[in-house]
Design a protein around this ligand. Structure first.
Ligand SMILES: Nc1nc2c(ncn2[C@@H]2O[C@H](COP(=O)(O)OP(=O)(O)OP(=O)(O)O)[C@@H](O)[C@H]2O)c(=O)[nH]1
Ligand SMILES: [Mg+2]
Length: 484
């Protein structure tokens, strides 16, 4: 038996309005006990029996119809609470796909608490985190990827996070995956025929069909997976780390990017010891830029700890910004090797303090340096001339970071960006499995091949929730917020 659940869909604190959701079979009848049509009775005015008799019913409202009235204690219109607007939803045309009522009252903490208590006393149960979305999923209103997108949408800070979540909400991921699933089922049924009627086996034909099928599946999955790095970045921010020798101008650069004095800048080497994070929204991409301690051998124990942190962060970054001085161009290749250390991460080369040299960008030397870095370091992305004190090259730097993000999708799919870790892991597992099958195809007996393919199909099914355990559903929705 499905219960009636209730929760505020709006955040705590004071607000102009607050919206209470009541969902489940019988929600309208429940609302009729705590809501009356019309104006709040004036002080001393009784809700007369005549008025009570002519009471209209929430249960009789049509779907999407709103009514003006007031909320009060259950079955007691005299004990009124607040004027409000109520909206009626009829199954299956509501968020959860069930009968549903939403009440907009004024958003004060005491008022909200009181209304919630009244609705609970009238027979509803407080909703658990994500429970409305869980019911929407269980009632087939959306797939799991879409439900997770609802959560991403609520948490989206930047425009791109919002767009990715929107696309997922529109079901693009589900559609693309369904195409791959169809491919898989076609392959499975071909193999099925082979198991049941081995006498018809035309080995070469079958082998080729299999090869081609697996190739198509892997290609599609790779295509979706390529967009995944972007999805990860939209969730966790693009991690960009400033690395350079002491006093080269890293903190000055961070400040120039921030547009304010975030980090301490001095003319003394070894100023920055701790890691300083600056979060910016770069054309819709969430970016975290880290200022670090300059890398050098130091006797100072505090500075040494700072350098250790720099080295650690250097390994986990998405993109490094290696900062070198424009004063001595010939040393740059050696410096780059030093600053990279054992890191194989992609890097931008920032040649700083160009205000102290003359028109560097036109010189043959600068061209040569860029060529030499490009040929020596495969992780090289681009070189930029900057001056932190003059603000030169800062816009170009932002553009390059933006280009780097755009370039990550490569041949990948721009329209499907899976934003949840769960979905990305499943996709990667499926891709690994199908690639392995593809590699070992020649030596695999048909039954093993078939069960491998089925397993892959199940992994993909888990992304959209076709193939997902009850416990998994509970875990996923528990991460949602209350009222969603
Ligand atoms: N002329 C010029 N001076 C700069 C530029 N960028 C930084 N400086 C100066 O270089 C000195 C060091 O700058 P910081 O930003 O503290 O250098 P840092 O790399 O953070 O140094 P540490 O924290 O010690 O590793 C300061 O005196 C800055 O004013 C620049 O583009 N042009
Ligand atoms: Mg510094």
């Amino acid at each position: 038996m499905r219960e009636i659940i209730t929760a505020f869909a709006t955040p705590p604190g004071s607000s102009g309005l607050a919206v209470l959701r009541i969902a489940g079979p019988g929600a309208a009848a429940l609302a009729d006990r705590i809501f009356s049509f019309g104006k709040l009775p004036a002080v001393g005015e009784q809700a007369t029996p005549a008025r009570a008799q002519t009471r209209r019913k929430v249960a009789r409202l049509s779907g999407y119809q709103a009514a003006f009235g007031y909320v009060h204690e259950a079955d007691n219109p005299v004990a009124s609470l607040d004027q409000c607007v109520l909206t009626r939803f009829r199954a299956p045309w509501s968020y959860t796909g069930e009968e549903q009522v939403e009440i907009s009252i004024h958003g004060g903490p005491a008022l909200r608490r009181a209304l919630l208590e009244i609705v609970i006393s009238a027979g509803a149960r407080p909703a658990e985190a994500g429970e409305f979305s869980k019911w929407a999923f269980l009632n087939g209103k959306m797939d799991l990827a879409q439900a997770e997108a609802v959560m991403d949408l609520i948490q989206a800070d930047t425009e791109r996070q919002h767009t990715a979540a929107m696309r997922q909400l529109q079901g693009t991921a589900g559609l693309r995956l369904a195409e791959v699933q169809n491919e898989i089922y076609a392959l499975l049924s071909a193999l099925e025929v082979d198991i049941e009627y081995p006498e018809y086996e035309d080995f070469h034909l079958q082998q080729r069909a299999c090869e081609e099928g697996l190739e198509r599946i892997c290609r599609s999955l790779r295509h979706i997976a390529a967009g995944n790095r972007q999805g990860r970045i939209l969730r966790d921010n693009l991690q960009v780390v400033l690395v350079g020798e002491p006093n080269v101008g890293k903190s000055s650069l961070l400040n120039a990017l921030a547009g304010e004095e975030r980090a301490i800048v001095t003319e003394f080497a070894g100023t920055t010891r701790d890691i300083i994070e600056l979060r910016i929204d770069l054309a819709g991409i969430p970016v975290s830029i880290y200022d670090t301690a300059g890398i050098r051998e130091s006797q100072d124990p505090v500075e040494r700890l700072g350098v250790d942190r720099t080295v650690k962060l250097r390994e986990t970054a998405d993109l490094l910004m290696l900062v070198v001085s424009a004063a001595n161009l010939v040393e740059i290749p050696d410096q780059v090797a030093n600053l990279l250390g054992s890191s194989a991460n992609d890097f931008l080369l920032l040649c700083i303090k160009i205000d102290l040299t003359e028109n560097l960008d036109k010189t043959a030397e600068w061209q040569q340096i860029q060529e030499s870095i490009k040929s020596k370091f495969p992780a090289f992305v681009a070189a930029i001339l900057v001056s932190a004190t003059q603000g030169w090259g800062i816009d170009e730097l932002k553009t390059k970071i933006n280009d780097y993000y755009e370039g990550l999708s490569g041949s990948g799919s721009a329209d499907v960006v899976l934003t949840s870790v769960r979905q990305q892991r499943l996709l990667e597992e499926a891709l690994e499995l199908f690639s392995a099958l593809q590699d070992d195809l020649a030596s695999l007996p048909t039954d093993i091949l078939t069960s491998g393919i089925r397993q892959g199909a199940e992994l993909l099914g888990e992304i959209t929730g076709e193939d997902v355990s009850e416990q998994m559903v509970e875990e996923i929705f528990a991460r949602f917020c209350i009222g969603k």
